[in-house]
Every structure is written in structure tokens, then in C-alpha cells.
Write a protein that binds this ligand. Structure first.
Ligand SMILES: Cc1ncc(COP(=O)(O)O)c(C=O)c1O
Length: 450
């Protein structure tokens, strides 16, 4: 490892960072993280903080998960790579698919298509949805519906269904045939509706309206996160996702649950779909499937969808899709160990309990601080605060002030993430109550510094 002077001098000189302006990264170089233990990360200066970001919503079991590390090391030694394209497979993916089948049985999902991460999972699900209809004899079903504020990664298909202009405008034109429905976001919505249940109904009506306008027979799938995550942690009313399920079923539209962050316990339930009592047709997973230690993902497929492909005799169901790293044996070995540990530690229950504490703590902060316009959470370990410069008008806060909150919070013991006007918290699911208090007091210090 080069010394710290070298690292600081060269920081962001030759690296372009995702989701950052290259010039801004050069002017405000990113924090150089050099180590981690448990739920804490350490920077190049030896400063240690609680990671309120959980890596990037993925290090659910913390940074010291020995079984996953050991599985990766052992697999690298035994079989570091082999492809699972037609004609070959490896032992790890077979075993993992059976484990995933058990894990996702309550969601009605039984087959796995492996990917290298979340964006790949989204792309895979979108493509399989179109193919499903073609195999079934409805080739005109090609469009996609999604929610404004939704985040579905940054491949071109995913960006096209993405509901945030930041990920779209500079990359247009995107995929034609993608239409967006208002999000059940009580703090800001086109209906001026603050009641979550009424807003859910209005958004469902907007979905019905869009389907009628487009023609149900032209739509392949609706993709949604059970709790909108990167768009600012927006939990819908409990009636919303079941309502979407009902409408999709009525119109023959597949429901894709994008659970890249919600699968494996983050919402306090094993999946976000299960949290709302919904069975999707396809589910995108990635991130916590390997605790973030190896890039890997899986699209889970329902029996009904699988049957259409598996019973096809026309040849149309041959899958012309896949990645070199689909079914990577090291990723699969990591996922096997991770799944076992996730279940052994029953992290969903801790996510629910610590999430409630964090949410309460944020609401107490809001009671004292006018800058906090909205606090969202209450469904596991995903919370957000939306900052405003004026509560009455909800005018956005300036970037410098929100960055200062983040910087002082970091100096005071917690890494938190700023995304637009939001401070987002998605810590590891093995967080303790004391860790949650560290995050809250660091945030308070951040606000006090303004
Ligand atoms: C819901 C959702 N879908 C897809 C993605 C994209 O995943 P990745 O960054 O692994 O490509 C993310 C990433 O945060 C996500 O939150």
C-alpha cells in the first residue's frame, strides 16, 4: 500500500467517481477508506466511524463476516472461475439455486438467473419480461411502467425506467416505451395529498389511467421498489404494492419487484414484497446477496413465468442473455455462506428493531430542527431526512449546508450519505442500539455546526 501522502496527492486525479462531477471530486477529494471492522470503517488518517451507509446498502452483516470471507478464499483456491453458459455449470450455482428457492418460496419464486450486480439484475428482468410475452404469443407487449423517484441502476434499460432526472437527462435518448407513474411520496406529490392511504389510491388510479391510455396489450411489465430507496427512502402506504399487484394481474402485466436493496432483511422482513404481502412475477436481487464482498446478483422467477419458458416448444424461450460473470463460482460460494449467516443471525428482526430506534431518533431531531422538512422510515434499517431551507415553502436547502452536516457528522463519528436534499441512512443490519445512538448524536453535531 502506498503511503498516505501519495494517496492524498493522487486522490481523484486519475479516477472518475460514479455519481460525482469529476471536477468536484478533484476539488473536494473523497474520503479514503482503508479499513473496516464490524460496522465501523477507518480512513487513511486512522479516523474510525460507524458506517451509517452500510457500504452502499449492501454490507448487511458488517465488514467482519468471517464465513463469507472464508468461503470466498476457499472457492478461489478450488475453482476461481468457470462459465455457466450453455453446456457447463459449477457446483456452487446448483447448490445456491436450491437455497434461494427455499428462501424465496414464500414470495412464490423458484428459479434463479444469475447476474453480476443490481443493474444487471434489472436489465435481465426487463428483458425476460418482454421475452415471456413473446413466448406466450403476445409480442406486442413491449412497454414498461415504473414509479417516479424509482432507482433501477444505470444500464440503459434501467435508466429508462428510472424515475430521477439526474440519471437520465445527460444520457438521452433512452429506451422508448417507458412510462412513469407518480410515486406515493406524501411530502411532495402532484395531488397535494398528505394522507398516505389516499395518496396510494390516487397513484393506483394514475397507474390504471396510464394502462388505459397505453393499452394493456402493449405493456410488458411494471417495475417497482417495495420501498423506494435511493430516491429518498419513500415507504408507501401498505395498500400500495398490493394494489399494484392487483392491477398488473388484471391486465396481464408482469410485476417486477426491484429488491436490490430490500431483499435479505433490510425492511425488517426477508423481502420487501413479503413485507407488503405481495408475490411478484420477477424479483431483482444483488448487493446483500454476498454482503457486498463479491459483485453478484440473482433474478428470481415465479413458477408461472418459469413454466411458460420451460414448456415452450417454439424455440423462442432460448435465453439470448447472460453475462460472463453470471453464476461466478466465487460469487455463488460467497452467496451460499452469506445466506446461511443472514438466516443464522436473523438480521431482519434486528433491522426492524434498530430501524425503529433510528426512525424515532430522527423524528426527535426533526422536532428540534426546522431544517428537517421530512423524516421517512419505519420499515427496517432504511431512513431518510429531507432537508429544506424553509419548512413552510419546502424550498430546498443549499448544497454547502447539507455537505457541512455530513462532514461534521463524519468528524463526530458517523458516515452518512447525502443524495440531493436527502440524508440517507442504510447501516448494516447487525447495528446495535449504541451504534444507532452514535449515528444520531453525530447527526445532531452536524446540524449544531450550522
Ligand atoms: C433498487 C435498486 N436497483 C438497482 C440498483 C443498481 O445496482 P448496482 O449499483 O449494483 O448496479 C440499485 C443500486 O443501488 C438499487 O438500489
Amino acid at each position: 500500500m502506498k503511503d498516505s501522502n501519495f494517496l492524498k496527492e493522487m486522490n481523484a486525479r486519475s479516477v472518475w467517481h460514479p455519481m460525482a462531477h469529476p471536477a468536484d471530486s478533484q476539488q473536494n477529494p473523497p474520503t479514503i477508506v482503508t479499513g473496516a471492522q464490524g460496522v465501523r470503517i477507518t480512513d487513511v488518517d486512522g479516523h474510525e466511524v460507524v458506517d451509517g451507509v452500510g457500504g452502499l446498502w449492501n454490507v448487511n452483516l458488517g465488514f467482519s463476516c468471517e464465513p463469507v470471507k472464508a468461503a470466498i478464499a476457499a472457492q478461489l483456491d478450488r475453482l476461481p472461475y468457470y462459465s455457466i453458459f450453455r453446456g457447463t455449470t459449477n457446483d456452487c450455482v446448483i447448490e445456491l439455486a436450491e437455497e434461494l428457492r427455499d428462501f424465496f418460496a414464500p414470495d412464490g419464486l423458484s428459479r434463479a438467473f444469475y447476474t453480476s450486480g443490481g443493474s444487471d439484475s434489472v436489465e435481465t428482468a426487463l428483458r425476460l419480461a418482454r421475452q415471456y410475452h413473446k413466448v406466450k404469443g403476445e409480442p406486442g407487449r413491449i412497454k414498461y411502467l415504473s414509479l417516479k423517484k424509482g432507482y433501477h441502476g444505470t444500464h440503459t434499460g434501467g435508466a429508462s425506467v428510472n424515475g430521477n432526472a439526474n440519471f437520465r437527462t445527460q444520457y438521452e435518448p433512452l429506451l422508448p416505451g417507458c412510462y412513469h407513474i407518480p410515486a406515493p411520496y406524501t411530502y411532495r406529490n402532484p395531488f397535494n395529498e398528505t394522507d398516505p392511504e389516499k395518496l396510494a389510491q390516487l397513484c393506483l388510479q394514475a397507474l390504471e389511467d396510464e394502462i388505459a391510455f397505453q393499452g394493456a396489450g402493449t405493456i410488458a411489465a411494471m417495475i417497482m421498489e417495495p420501498v423506494l430507496g435511493a430516491g429518498g427512502v419513500i415507504p408507501p402506504h401498505e395498500s400500495f404494492m398490493p394494489g399494484v399487484r392487483e392491477i398488473c394481474s388484471k391486465h396481464g402485466i408482469l410485476l417486477i419487484a426491484d429488491e436490490v436493496i430490500t431483499a435479505f432483511g433490510r425492511t425488517g422482513s426477508w423481502t420487501g414484497s413479503r413485507h407488503w404481502g405481495v408475490q411478484p412475477d420477477l424479483m431483482c436481487t444483488a448487493k446483500a446477496i454476498t454482503n457486498g464482498y463479491f459483485p453478484f446478483g440473482a433474478v428470481m422467477i415465479s413458477d408461472a413465468v418459469a413454466e411458460v419458458f420451460e414448456k415452450d416448444e417454439s424455440g423462442r424461450a432460448a435465453i439470448g442473455h447472460g453475462y460472463t460473470y453470471s453464476g461466478h463460482p466465487v460469487g455463488a460460494a460467497a452467496a451460499l455462506a452469506c445466506l446461511a449467516e443472514t438466516k443464522r443471525l436473523n438480521v431482519k428482526d434486528n433491522a426492524a428493531a434498530r430501524g425503529a430506534e433510528l426512525h424515532e431518533g430522527l423524528k426527535s431531531l426533526q422536532a428540534d430542527l426546522d431544517l428537517i422538512g421530512d423524516v421517512r422510515g419505519g420499515h427496517g434499517l432504511m431512513c431518510a431526512m429531507e432537508l429544506v431551507s424553509d419548512r413552510a415553502t419546502k424550498a430546498p436547502i443549499d448544497k454547502a449546508r447539507i455537505n457541512q452536516v455530513q462532514e461534521v457528522a463524519y468528524q463526530s463519528g458517523a458516515m452518512v450519505r447525502v443524495s440531493g436534499p436527502n440524508i440517507i441512512l442504510s447501516p448494516p443490519l447487525v447495528l446495535t442500539s449504541d451504534d444507532a445512538q452514535v449515528i444520531l448524536s453525530a447527526l445532531r453535531a452536524g446540524f449544531d455546526s450550522l
